[in-house]
Design a protein around this ligand. Structure first.
Ligand code: G16
Ligand code: MG
Length: 217
């Protein structure tokens, strides 16, 4: 049977979390807010607007909407400088064989990301042609853990939520998949992603036989 395979972007397909971190850190420094790699975990899968609010809360800084808008633009401009040189080498290990396997098996593939920069990243890494639907931060109003992004993706592929499989690296994303009644696959650490139905350290640990089983379920 046809299943919908929905991929998160950041932390699943590419490791852009490090670039988001560097860009946010620059803003935080200007505001004299101590912002660590550990704090950065809170921003995974979270929208740009919400990310800024979290950082301001960490630093107990109150700001006008005008200031916030300026920092949001500044952050994205800084982030975009890291994307300029992006190429296929930034695709995380093990991802391409799974995408290719799904294509060969004629399984519908979608992107379900909170990022507004998803399309250029898929283009630069040369994998945009694998995706039958792309749903990103430009298409949704409710951020993960709200299931909106994944529900729109499954609908775009013409597949029922129960027949959708979601690959996610963030807690909010795993929760969104579960709320949507989809099969959640956590990519990362067991202790963070224990709510996921299956958990793998990364894509090199996912065997194609496992994907095959999901297809035939
Ligand atoms: C990604 C990241 C988040 C980031 C968000 C918005 O989501 O995980 O840290 O804040 O996109 O990104 P942008 O500023 O590019 O719109 P995902 O859902 O792909 O993991
Ligand atoms: Mg992610």
């Amino acid at each position: 049977t046809k299943k919908a395979f929905i991929f998160d972007l950041d932390g699943v397909i590419v490791d852009t979390a490090k670039y988001h971190f560097l860009a946010w850190q620059k803003i935080a420094q200007e505001l004299n807010i101590n912002f660590t790699l550990e704090d950065n975990e809170l921003l995974k899968g979270v929208s740009r607007v919400r990310s800024l609010d979290i950082i301001l809360e960490l630093g107990k800084v109150e700001a006008s909407q005008e200031d916030k808008n300026r920092w949001l633009i500044q952050k994205n401009e800084e982030y975009l400088t890291y994307l300029v040189d992006m190429d296929q080498s930034e695709i995380l290990a093990g991802v391409l064989p799974v995408l290719q396997f799904l294509k060969d098996k004629k399984q519908p593939i979608a992107l379900g990301s909170a990022s507004k920069n998803a399309r250029p990243i898929l283009e630069k890494t040369g994998i945009i042609h694998y995706f039958d639907a792309i749903v990103d931060g430009n298409d949704v109003t409710n951020a993960k853990p709200d299931p909106e992004v994944f529900l729109i993706a499954a609908q775009a592929l013409g597949i029922k939520p129960e027949d959708a499989i979601v690959f996610e690296d963030s807690v909010a994303g795993v929760q969104a998949a579960n709320i949507a009644k989809m099969i959640s696959i956590g990519i990362g650490e067991e202790k963070t992603l224990h709510e996921a139905k299956y958990i793998f350290e990364d894509f090199t640990h996912i065997e194609l036989a496992f994907i095959e089983k999901l297809i035939n379920k």
